[in-house]
Ligand binder design. Structure first.
Ligand code: ZN
Length: 247
C-alpha cells in the first residue's frame, strides 16, 4: 500500500462522493434524486479512469473515516441542512488530507460547510433571496482552464436557485465560471483554490429540488474538476506536521 502511488497516471483516480443525504430521503425531494445526489453523481460520472465510491453522513464515522480518507484522491462534497452535525475531528482530518494533497470538489451548499470555512478562512456567506426557480447562465471566463473543457463559452440551466454576490471567499487562485441569473444576480460560480498541496474547486449548481446533476454540462465540469484536483505531488501522511519548524 505504502509504495503504490496514488498519482500514477495509469492507476484509476480514487474518488469519494460524500453526501449529507438527508433531504433526498424526504418524499418532497425523491422525485428528483430518488437514490440520493451521491447515487446520481456516481452513476453519471462512471468512467474507466475513475474508481468512485460513495459515503454519507449517517455512515459510521460520518462516512469519512481516517482509512476512507487515506484511500481517497479526490473528495466530492454535497451538504446543506446538517453542516453543524459534522464532527470537528472529521473536519480536522479532511483538512489534513487536503493539506497533504487530496483534492476537494465542493458543490452548491458546501459553501456553508465547516470544511469550506476551515480551508478558506472566510465565512462562505453569500447573498440569498429565494429558491424559486431561476435560469442560470454559467459563463466560462477562463477558456484555457481544464475545468472548462468542452462547455464554453456558456451554458444555461433553466431552473436553479439563485446565489448572489457578495460571496465571502478569498480571492480565488483561478476563476473559471461566473453565473448570471434571470433575477439579476451575478456570482463567482466556479472557483479554484490551493491549500497546502491540495486543490479545491467550488462549483455552484446543484440545488436539491432541481435537476442540475443530470445536466451534461454540469457533469462535464464536475468530471473535469475531479481530474484537475488529482493529487500532483502528494505528501506522505503526516508530512505537513513533520515539516513544521519547531524552535
Ligand atoms: Zn440550494
Amino acid at each position: 500500500m505504502s509504495n503504490s502511488s496514488s498519482s500514477s497516471s495509469k492507476a484509476p483516480l480514487r474518488v469519494l462522493i460524500w453526501n449529507e443525504f438527508r433531504q433526498e430521503r424526504d418524499a418532497r425531494y425523491q422525485t428528483v434524486y430518488p437514490q440520493g445526489i451521491h447515487a446520481a453523481l456516481h452513476g453519471a460520472l462512471t468512467s474507466p479512469d475513475l474508481l468512485i465510491g460513495v459515503s454519507t453522513l449517517d455512515d459510521p464515522e460520518q462516512g469519512l473515516s481516517e482509512q476512507r480518507l487515506a484511500e481517497t484522491d479526490v473528495l466530492v462534497w454535497w451538504g446543506h441542512i446538517a453542516h453543524e452535525e459534522i464532527a470537528d475531528d472529521v473536519v480536522d482530518r479532511v483538512q489534513r488530507r487536503v493539506l497533504e494533497g487530496m483534492g476537494l470538489v465542493a458543490l452548491h451548499s458546501a459553501h456553508e460547510a465547516k470544511i469550506f470555512a476551515r480551508l478558506l478562512g472566510t465565512s462562505g456567506a453569500l447573498l440569498w433571496r429565494t429558491n424559486e426557480p431561476r435560469a442560470e447562465t454559467l459563463w466560462l471566463v477562463n477558456p484555457a482552464h481544464p475545468i472548462g473543457a468542452g462547455v464554453g463559452p456558456s451554458f444555461v440551466l433553466e431552473e436553479e436557485e439563485a446565489f448572489g454576490e457578495w460571496f465571502d471567499i478569498p480571492e480565488p487562485d483561478e476563476l473559471v465560471f461566473v453565473s448570471w441569473f434571470s433575477s439579476g444576480e451575478v456570482f463567482r460560480s466556479g472557483c479554484c483554490f490551493q491549500r497546502g498541496r491540495g486543490r479545491i474547486f467550488y462549483f455552484r449548481p446543484g440545488h436539491e429540488t432541481f435537476r442540475s446533476y443530470y445536466d451534461a454540462n454540469v457533469l462535464r465540469v464536475i468530471g473535469n474538476a475531479i481530474r484537475w484536483a488529482r493529487p500532483a505531488l502528494e505528501a506522505a501522511a503526516g508530512a505537513a506536521e513533520d515539516q513544521r519548524w519547531r524552535p
